[in-house]
Design a protein around this ligand. Structure first.
Ligand code: MN
Length: 150
């Protein structure tokens, strides 16, 4: 396990299994992950945590992931933070809507562990955050990614 935190990543996700999966993957790659399960707390959490990247589920109660992306982009202190959208129900045109709202990347559920980790590294690199050599800590348990979509 690395002793230096590479990046601070806020995870907004209402499903406990996905929270554990995402946070385990991120910490295994040297990142510090903070999880928010109630999207109504996400904006305040982002202001306090000052993440290098936000990963948000789209299907969230109260404030949807799409609304949250718009709130983050409307905050002058957070507008620069890259956002990765994760969703189980992407219909035709959804990716364009996520990108139009301000998400730089989109990963469908159940996630591919490799695609998830690569997207995180790409977003951090494009934002100028050092990410080291991705892929050294692959867990390789693809079955753990087969969570029920929510
Ligand atoms: Mn959800």
């Amino acid at each position: 396990m690395e002793s230096i935190v590479l990046a601070k990543i806020l995870v907004v996700e209402d499903n406990a299994l996905n929270i554990k999966l995402f946070c385990d993957l991120l910490t295994a790659h040297g990142h510090e992950a903070e999880a928010v399960t109630d999207s109504r707390e996400a904006l305040d959490a982002a202001r306090a945590f000052k993440p290098d990247l936000v990963i948000t589920d789209i299907q969230l109660p109260h404030i949807s992931g799409l609304e949250l992306i718009e709130l983050l982009k409307a905050d002058s202190d957070l507008a620069h933070v890259p956002i990765m959208a994760v969703t189980a129900y992407a219909a035709s045109g959804d990716e364009e809507r996520f990108r139009a709202a301000g998400a730089q990347a989109y990963v469908s559920k159940p996630i591919s562990v490799v695609r998830f980790v690569e997207s995180v590294s790409e977003l951090l690199e494009s934002a100028g955050v050092p990410v080291g050599s991705a892929g050294e800590h692959e867990q390789g348990d693809a079955a753990s990614a087969q969570e029920p979509p929510t």
